[in-house]
Write a protein that binds this ligand. Structure first.
Ligand code: COA
Length: 297
């Protein structure tokens, strides 16, 4: 789909994306590149990174890839520094690396819980920590008036509660806290905007195939009135909005991009029935004196 944004909105910017070689991260790498950014991608699997970089380069995007695991502070530091060495500056950090699997709380080991917390929450903080000195206003390659920006990929799972997702719900709740606290502290001190994006179910992603296999999808459509899948493109467009000057006054927000899905509830009464019931209740309460027990109405 054609982007509604001008092709130069990220011109001259350098973006580093963890998990930038596949899924939502790769679509963001592609769209950021198509809108003028130079792109560095970080991931654990060399093959994926290499193939993503050649695809980006074939689109005319200035791209480089670095192997690394966000759970290792030394990897985070090395990748941030390599990005600076390669491109000379850093303007946008996207934390898209994530780990997930479906498991009931009673079957999840503390190490399984910790693994997802380590990737999603601690990994996000570690990347922010290592990138700070390059993102702050007056940092290397930046002028003294403007800082860079951070985007944390979150979820909506923890807004209520989600079956078989205790580890990810906890991890993404922490990510949202990181987003707000850094927005406060680093926004104030260093002019760094920190925002998040909470995608709903996005087609053609590892997350979707792991968390909602086809048999669940078809059932979900029956009881979720707003159920429809989003596209990776939808998340990338939200990312462009938040990372570009279009979002220059947005700080500390996690933008939900899910078509309203997290608000979905099963309909407990058909629409026609509610009209009749509601009118009948109104009539009864008009005709009955106040104080009559409801059981008598
Ligand atoms: N069900 C229950 N527990 C699981 C599990 C599953 N499907 N998969 C992993 N675990 C547990 C392991 O048993 C282990 O705990 P233990 O030591 O108590 O047995 C712990 O999690 C770590 O597993 P391990 O396979 O060593 O982790 P890893 O570092 O190799 O992989 C994952 C990390 C598990 C998150 C893996 O799924 C991954 O790499 N994911 C990245 C891609 C991804 O998930 N993308 C989707 C984004 S939404």
């Amino acid at each position: 789909m054609e982007s509604p944004f001008k092709a130069d909105i990220l011109s001259g910017k350098v973006a580093l994306l963890t998990g930038g070689g596949s899924g939502i991260g790769f679509e963001m790498s592609t769209q950021f590149g198509k809108h003028g950014a130079s792109v560095a991608i970080m991931g654990r699997r060399k093959q994926i990174i290499d193939s993503a970089v050649s695809t980006l380069q074939s689109l005319g995007i200035s791209a480089v890839g670095f192997e690394g695991d966000v759970r290792k502070q030394e990897d985070a530091k090395r990748v941030v520094e390599s990005t600076i060495k390669h491109f000379g500056r850093l303007d946008i950090l996207v934390n898209a690396a994530a780990g997930n699997f479906l498991v009931s709380a009673e079957d999840l080991s503390p190490n399984g819980f910790r693994t997802v917390m380590d990737i999603d929450s601690v990994g996000t903080f570690t990347m922010c920590h290592e990138a700070l000195k390059y993102l702050k206003k007056g940092g290397p390659g930046r002028d003294s008036s403007s800082g860079g920006t951070i985007l944390n990929i979150s979820a909506t799972l923890h807004y209520t509660a989600s079956w078989y997702q205790i580890h990810v719900s906890a991890a993404k709740a922490a990510v949202d806290s990181i987003t707000r606290n850094l927005a406060l502290e680093w926004g104030t001190d260093y002019d760094i905007r920190v925002n998040g994006i909470a995608p709903g179910p996005i087609s053609d992603t590892t997350g979707m195939s792991k968390l909602a296999p086809d048999e669940i999808n078809s059932k979900a459509k029956d009881y979720m009135p707003l159920y429809k899948l989003g596209e990776k493109w939808d998340i990338a467009m939200a990312g462009l909005y938040l990372a570009s000057d279009a979002g220059k006054y947005i700080n500390g927000t996690t933008l939900v991009v899910d078509g309203g899905l997290w608000l979905s509830r099963p309909r407990h009464l058909p629409k026609d029935a509610v009209k009749q019931l509601s009118r009948a209740v109104e009539r009864r309460s008009r005709d009955s004196p106040v104080g009559v027990p409801t059981s008598k109405l």
